[in-house]
Design a binder for this molecule. Structure first.
Ligand code: CMP
Length: 153
């Protein structure tokens, strides 16, 4: 088992696709380790995408990523980094294979619904960008059901 970092981007979050995308990822064998809904600040988006700062799409990318709420998540499964990239498809949805998250839910190369880490090293760095170590613990003990309450069917 290993981990990767995904972000449901502001386009997909705002249009109510986050549940569908999460279901798609869980069906593909990913387990959620940590998740958060947040609105990235300009400084956070600039830092997260610093590797792209010389690229012409950097400023519009930062503007897009700060345009609304997004949902970073740490996901776990075997071969997580490569498998997530396969499941989400190419950066440009027009090039993405049928059945991939971007083919199903992305609007364009710029508004492409979802991020995925591109290496184990970046996955670890990106997980720490959004989450504290205490949030990345593999599994906490199940909370016992209080007596008198029946578990949901
Ligand atoms: P992602 O791979 O998640 O992270 C970098 C993002 O930059 C990429 O998704 C795209 O959404 C965005 N982007 C915008 N324009 C381009 C481009 N011309 N080439 C690559 N990425 C682009």
């Amino acid at each position: 088992m290993n981990r990767t970092l995904t972000i449901i981007k502001p386009d997909a979050f705002a249009s109510g696709k986050s549940g569908l995308i999460l279901a798609h990822l869980e069906k593909a064998g990913f387990r959620v380790i940590a998740a958060r809904v947040m609105h990235l600040s300009d400084a956070q988006a600039k830092e997260f995408y610093a590797v792209h700062r010389e690229r012409p799409f950097y400023a519009p990318l930062v503007a897009f990523m700060t345009s609304g709420k997004c949902m970073p998540m740490v996901l776990e499964r075997d071969d997580a980094v490569a498998e997530l990239r396969r499941v989400i498809g190419a950066t440009d949805p027009a090039q993405a294979e049928a059945g991939t998250v971007r083919k199903l839910y992305a609007e364009s190369k710029e508004r492409n619904a979802i991020h995925a880490s591109d290496s184990d090293e970046n996955a670890a760095r990106e997980a720490r960008f959004f989450f504290a170590e205490s949030e990345l613990i593999a599994s906490l003990q199940a909370v016992p059901v209080a007596s008198g309450l029946s578990p949901m069917a």
